[in-house]
Design a protein. Structure first.
Length: 351
């Protein structure tokens, strides 16, 4: 008898997703927010958890959470959906609208999970190159139209470049394709313009957001979708039963009720982003790219060596130099003032 069952052949070479998690003093590689949630938040969540009946299944359609998100976005609850991180939302969209006979169009450089989700859901991927400066130009839109996808994903701001995409480009993609246009707004609270106003005029538009970045709740693992009612109905066809646990629902509603307190750190992030970008621009051999997110992409001559020497200096950043269109590129998350100073010192020594 065989000792094991072989994995699906198309998954045999697939590496599980995961940025390195190393025991160093300063972690600036996964775009987490350096500041923890407001101190009163955990006390309030604990109080509400005491009232839960954890021997019972959670509210399957998570109605209160959807109503709370809807109230803050100007939509109805039927146009809102939530899941375990924005990655699960994306996977549900691929399950509903992808598959072997469908095609998803992405722009590269882009989020490294898109190809993974495509492969797992057996969905052919059609990557389209952004311009040399990482902007979404007319040529890239033309290529996306020619790819004739069932879904087109636009990341705004882009990860890992930090570049933004304007409303006109989203409108053009919607007008010139038959696809569901998915705008991934994981970092939109840090900068750039949300596509939310476009939902009123573009029926095949869907917006994906997360609590992991500006909301400082990466450990909660919660994301949500804003779209037309029919998209939410289709997502419900592929979601697992009771996919969103009761504790997570309570924690998310509480965070939304404390929205202002959760998001008040964004000004500090923006100030630090500009300070770090300015310092990077002054270093010989470093090419930083403009960013509207909570990170900065930059190019150096010896990315692997620089990454290792920065790590030896006690700071972990992300090496993207082996990704498409990102030769020589590293990415640093914006941390606290002290963490950013530690990074800049380590980088200068590494150069």
């Amino acid at each position: 008898m065989a000792d094991r069952i072989p994995v699906r052949p198309d998954l045999a070479g697939l590496e599980p997703y995961g940025a390195p998690q190393l025991d160093v003093a300063v972690l600036l590689n996964t775009n987490e927010t350096a500041e923890p949630p407001p101190p009163e938040y955990l006390d309030e969540v604990a109080r509400r958890i005491e009232a839960l009946q954890l021997n019972r299944y959670p509210d399957r359609p998570h109605r209160l959470l959807r109503e709370t998100i809807a109230a803050q976005t100007g939509l109805t609850a039927d146009r809102v959906w939530a899941a375990n991180g924005s990655n699960e939302i994306l996977q549900q969209l691929f399950l509903a609208y992808g598959g072997p006979d469908r095609r998803v169009v992405t722009f590269q450089p882009g989020y490294s999970m898109y190809p993974v989700i495509a492969q797992v859901t057996m969905t052919p991927l059609a990557p389209v190159d952004l311009a040399a400066d990482f902007t979404l130009t007319g040529a890239a839109i033309d290529a996306a139209v020619d790819a004739d996808g069932d879904v087109v994903i636009v990341t705004n701001p882009n990860n890992p470049t930090g570049m933004t995409v304007g409303a006109d480009a989203i409108r053009e993609l919607h007008e010139r394709t038959r696809a569901l246009i998915v705008v991934d707004e994981a970092y939109v609270e840090f900068g750039g313009d949300t596509a939310l106003p476009l939902l009123a005029e573009l029926p095949r538009l869907a917006i994906v957001r997360t609590f992991s970045k500006a909301f400082r709740l990466a450990g909660l693992r919660l994301g949500y979708l804003l779209a037309q009612e029919w998209v939410v109905e289709d997502i419900r066809r592929v979601r697992l039963p009771y996919h969103l646990d009761a504790i997570k629902q309570v924690a998310a509603v509480t965070a939304l009720e404390m929205r202002d307190a959760f998001l008040d750190h964004r000004r500090r992030v923006a100030e630090e982003r500009e300070r770090v970008a300015g310092r990077l621009g002054e270093l010989d051999g470093v090419e930083p790219f403009p960013s509207s997110a909570n990170f900065i992409l930059f190019r150096v001559a010896d990315p692997g060596g620089v990454w290792q020497r920065v790590l030896d200096g006690g700071v972990l950043i992300r090496d993207f130099s082996d990704k498409p269109r990102l030769d020589g590129c590293l990415r640093v998350t914006i941390g606290t003032y002290a963490e950013n100073d530690a990074f800049l010192a380590a980088l200068e020594a590494a150069l």
